[in-house]
Design a protein around this ligand. Structure first.
Ligand code: ASP
Ligand code: MG
Length: 417
């Protein structure tokens, strides 16, 4: 079995869904198809939720109407006959945001709400596939992908999920349509795996079912050496090792979710990234690579919205190990994404993603440490660097930290925009 994953951009309109059926129809063997929410639905749901939290029902109603209309437009374009499931799901969403009072934590409420994006998209895709004569079965990942209750960033229980998934697939079908990004706790509450988490779902499913490969269909030609909207001289990277892919994803390459690689690497399952609009092109492949050669061209990844946090123990203690332990425990407690670490005798500096949990972290750290920070920074990682590229990217910037290994240079610098 293979896993195909289609992101929100790939199913943002009727033509996209038709293309999905065309691409999956070429395979000729059972497929697990992981689908994201259509277009920008996840953002729209976030927006609706924030109005619901503020108690502004009118604003929620307007947002919900827009979400419904965008899906109806796609269903009309597909001349979709079977729409009952979609409307059932949509009514549940409406009920949740308009009629239920808020008794849950924000994160719990968030997952319960945004998960509807994927529930709606898979209802449409599965029903359209059947209309096209494909034996498609929709799988509810809230029941099959068991996670812990760390809402918005849930961890998958692979053993339990593998068992449930296998059971769900026992019925046999040409195509199993699964929601990316979402799962459920043991007691049946919806969870999500973090924004852009559908790639991770695809990898987890492939790992649990022992699939032959994963293909992520995207609106780009494959993995590029840099974001063409920001950098020049961008080229396609045809083959990449798992290690390089992890480094790139972790550094902020938007192409794949950072957690995606581990389950694949562990089972040696190749990951293809291919252009949705040109299914005959080979795209890029991430795989084990014994005769490894570093990327031929420097690969540039820019991670925006960074905060450089510097802490020093108040008692001027030099026991760095102890301080590191305390600081990292706090970072983990407050869900900080750490992208760079530097330490000296008494100071620890880390670059983290700006987040809504940051103020709590600072308050916590202030018990034991003197804390300072600089925000509005960006972290540029150059893998396989050349000195002219490093120079080009340093000129005109204040460089806060520069970290260098044989393969990569990281520049933490003031933001360009
Ligand atoms: N729909 C979710 C998001 O937009 C998950 C995904 O697309 O991977 O973040
Ligand atoms: Mg997406």
């Amino acid at each position: 079995m293979k896993v195909y994953k289609f992101g929100g951009a790939s199913v943002r309109n009727g033509a996209g869904v038709r293309n999905l059926i065309d691409i999956t129809g070429r395979v000729g063997e059972p497929l697990a198809v992981v689908v994201s929410a259509m277009g920008k639905t996840t953002n729209a749901l976030e927006d609706a939720l924030s109005h619901a939290m503020n108690g502004d029902r009118e604003a929620v109603r307007v947002r919900l109407e827009a979400i419904k209309a965008s899906h109806e437009e796609i269903m009309d374009d597909l001349s979709l006959q079977e729409r009952d499931l979609f409307y059932d799901i949509f009514s549940e969403l409406e009920e949740r945001l308009l009629r239920q009072s808020v008794t849950e934590s924000y994160d719990m409420m968030y997952d319960a709400t945004v998960s509807y994006g994927e529930l709606m998209s898979t209802a449409i895709v599965a029903s359209y596939a059947r209309q096209c004569g494909v034996g498609a079965v929709r799988v509810d990942m809230r029941e099959c992908l068991v996670t812990d209750d760390r809402y918005r960033d849930a961890t998958v229980d692979f053993d339990e999920s593998a068992e449930r998934l296998r059971k769900a697939l026992e019925c046999g079908a040409d195509m199993f349509v699964m929601q990316g990004f979402i799962g459920g706790t043991r007691d049946g509450r919806a969870t999500t795996l973090g924004r852009e988490g559908s790639d991770y779902t695809a990898a987890a499913v492939a790992s649990m079912l022992g699939c032959e490969s994963v293909t992520i269909w995207k609106d780009v030609d494959g993995i590029l050496s840099a974001d063409p909207r920001i950098f020049r001289d961008v080229t396609l990277i045809e083959r990449l090792s798992y290690v390089d892919a992890v480094e790139l994803a972790y550094s902020g390459a938007q192409i794949i979710h950072p957690k995606t690689i581990k389950p694949l690497q562990n089972k040696n399952i190749p990951l293809y990234v291919r252009p949705f609009g040109a299914p005959d092109k080979p795209g890029s492949c991430i795989c084990r690579w014994d005769d490894y050669v570093p990327p031929r061209v420097p690969v540039l990844i820019l991670k925006r919205s960074q905060v450089l946090l510097s802490v020093e123990p108040k008692d001027f203690s030099f026991a760095l190990e102890e301080s590191l332990e305390k600081v990292f425990a706090a970072l983990n407690r407050h869900r900080q994404r750490v992208n760079l670490v530097q330490s000296s005798a008494v100071r620890i500096s880390v670059s983290v993603d700006a987040s809504r949990y940051f103020d709590d972290l600072i308050a916590d750290l202030k018990h034991d440490f003197n804390v300072r920070y600089n925000d509005n920074l960006e972290l540029l990682t150059i893998r396989g660097y050349t000195w002219d590229v490093v120079e080009r990217e340093s000129i005109g910037h204040t460089i806060y930290i520069r970290q260098q290994t044989r393969r990569s240079i990281k520049l933490l610098r003031d933001a360009t925009l």
